[in-house]
Design a protein around this ligand. Sequence first.
Ligand code: SAM
Length: 252
Amino acid sequence: MTTDTETAGDYAGQYVRPLVDRWDYLIDWDRRRQGEQGFFTELLAGAEAHRVLDVAAGTGYHSVTLAQQGFDVTAADGSAEMIARTRLNATRHGLSFPTVQADWRRLRESVEGRYDAIVCLGSSFPHLFAEEDRRAVLAEFHEALNPGGMLIVDHRNFDSIRRHRYQSSGNYYYCGNEASVSVAHVDDRLCRFRYDFPDGGVHHLEVYPILTAELSSLLAEAGFESLQRFGDFREEFRQDDVDFVIHVGRKP
Ligand code: SAM
């Protein structure tokens, strides 16, 4: 018998072509850039990172943005549909950087050498449902970093969502004006989001609703140090008030 969580664990199967086709309407690259205000670029530049691996490239928004800022970017994603879209968007922007289809659990089979920074953004990490996978993936990320390297990983504010207090200001990450995101179901093991698009398309994504403290602990246990947290790109924040939480850690 297949359980809900097992089906949801098939992240690549969730990113079907019609959803991938609509993804850029959901995020709206220009408005997302306004919301971020160069946050990731500044963090990476402050860490003197040059070689950056975007492990959840999706349609390529961060890979393209970072490549435009002069970072030496490699884009990876486990979904063939998504990484193909990254390639297309890179070409549209007149950019060329390595792209690779890679599942995080076997990351080092697919990428060469080590990186100054790894970014895993857009609430992608919650696609991991099993704690052993979360631990194994953080170990892969740690191994793929140079000493002193930086990991940036984020998630939606599941602390609030689990208390049925989902909010989205629409100013961060998923900024498309016309697409709407709602929570169709949440418990402590599964969160199902519903995406409604202006053309009538409806999609669902299922993820594990990771808590902020839970990810902080996993990062520390995986050997990351100098841990920092940001809420909607601000260091001072109240957990209840933010849409997204961003964790930053360094490999000693
Ligand atoms: N970072 C992009 C953004 O912010 O627009 C995409 C975010 S989307 C919510 C999550 C992405 O993570 C998808 O492209 C999915 O294929 C990828 N992903 C999820 N689990 C993965 C895994 N285990 N290995 C590789 N990629 C994975």
